[in-house]
Design a protein around this ligand. Structure first.
Ligand code: NAD
Ligand code: MG
Length: 397
């Protein structure tokens, strides 16, 4: 029996994780559930899973939540704030890192530094702190498994999937030639370019194949999600961005591919449902049922592929530039993106300006080699301040 903490349990990945865990009560016990402010959703989850701890990131809500639990006679202990998140992240056997954005960095690192099994959905944490994050994985002997469907697919197609962390280094020395990172192209793949400036948050969040949180949905519409995933893949698979091709595959049936020097290309296919990579990572190296139905490949009939259009998706170029610059450049890219996406979602910025704001922030904020997480957090906060200034100047112009 393994104990599991689900960071961000009320989100899209969190809910899918609990769905898989509920299918295997003999294997997994929920240790802790966490949310930012979604009291009601967290309350319902606590009633079903009876975790030892429930954590509210927003400290001001913790007392109210504890009162709600006490009234129902529920014994779950309530913790709050970053300290609470970090504590439950390091105490369970397995931690699912499914907080969205930079807010997930410290809790995820807490699980890594405790040498635990870490299931990484929170790609922003790895993008921001790549070298420090991967050093910590090696130093503390953590087991890092990718939840992002593309990275989970690549992991399944690599020759290293059943080996120890040490052997997972350098797949490119074992006959791998290229990683083909697939992405659907999002809801605006064929929208006339002139119409992009007027698209609404709801249109951007209506992803053709996946149902996800709003931030990652907008990232999919700009394809910044694929840019972040490019950087994520470089760290996870110990390679350079030049060995990774981004391929637009509108059906999201192939979740990514790996090419070998003998000409073989291995792909992982399945219905677009995050419970597959979640179940894979939870049970790895074993397999468990996930609740996902089998792919009807005959009904599917065709799979299309095209090259990404960098004029339509300038965020891809910005992410490649950040990957090439290294240091704190990916943290700057990520923070500027988070602020711009938030401004778009709240109606203060148009869709096309998301990329413009990120480009301007990247040109302004100084890039350094981060020696500690504090350096990464400094880059993150400097970029946020800069992005807010740029957005404010735009909206008051
Ligand atoms: P979501 O918005 O649905 O859920 C986010 C979760 O994080 C919620 O539980 C929320 O309460 C919590 N949260 C938000 N802000 C927080 C804060 N400041 N402090 C603490 N907790 C906070 O997001 P999601 O779609 O589930 O995505 C979660 C992560 O997984 C993201 O990093 C995303 O890129 C990644 N991911 C998601 C999918 C998907 O299909 N949804 C696929 C691949 C990767
Ligand atoms: Mg993905």
């Amino acid at each position: 029996m393994q104990t599991v903490t689900v960071l961000g349990s009320t989100g899209s990945i969190g809910v899918s994780t609990l769905d898989v865990l509920a299918r295997h009560p003999e294997r997994y016990a929920v240790y802790a559930l966490t949310a930012n402010r979604s009291l009601d959703a967290l309350f319902e989850q606590v009633k079903v899973f009876s975790p030892r701890y429930a954590v509210l990131a927003d400290e001001s809500l913790a007392v109210e939540f504890a009162g709600k639990l006490a009234k129902e006679g529920i014994g779950t202990q309530v913790l709050s704030g970053e300290a609470g998140l970090c504590a439950v992240a390091r105490e369970a056997d397995v931690t699912m890192a499914a907080i969205v954005g930079a807010a997930g960095l410290l809790p995820t690192m807490s699980a890594v530094e405790a040498g635990k099994k870490v299931l990484l959905a929170n790609k922003e944490a790895l993008v921001m702190a790549g070298p420090l994050f991967m050093d910590a994985v090696a130093r503390y002997g953590a087991t890092l498994l990718p939840i992002d469907s593309e990275h989970n697919a690549i992991f399944q197609c690599l020759p290293i999937q059943n080996s120890s962390s040490a052997e997972q280094e350098r797949p490119f020395s074992k006959g791998v030639q290229r990683i083909l990172l697939t992405g659907s192209g999002g809801p605006f793949r064929t929208t006339p370019l002139a119409d992009l400036v007027g698209v609404t948050p709801d249109q951007a969040c209506a992803h053709p194949n996946w149902s996800m949180g709003r931030k990652i949905s907008v990232d999919s519409a700009t394809m910044m999600n694929k840019g972040l995933e490019l950087i994520e893949a470089c760290w996870l698979f110990h390679t350079d961005a030049s060995n990774i091709d981004i391929i637009v595959h509108p059906q999201s049936v192939i979740h990514s591919m790996v090419e070998y020097i003998d000409g073989s290309i291995l792909a992982q296919l399945g219905n677009p449902d995050m419970r597959t990579p979640i179940a894979h990572a939870l049970a790895w190296p074993e397999r468990i049922v996930s609740g996902v139905g089998s792919l009807d490949i005959i009904a599917q009939a065709r799979l299309d592929f095209e090259a990404p259009d960098e004029q339509r998706f300038p965020c891809l170029r910005l992410a490649r530039e950040a990957a090439a610059r290294g240091g704190t450049a990916p943290a700057v890219l990520n923070a500027a993106n988070e602020v711009a996406v938030e401004a778009f979602l709240s109606g203060r910025l148009n869709f096309v300006s998301i990329a413009t704001v990120i480009e301007q922030v990247m040109a302004k904020v100084k890039i350094v080699e981060p020696l500690t997480l504090a350096d990464v957090q400094q880059a993150d906060s400097d970029s946020r301040v800069c992005a807010i200034e740029i957005i404010t100047a735009k909206t008051s112009a």
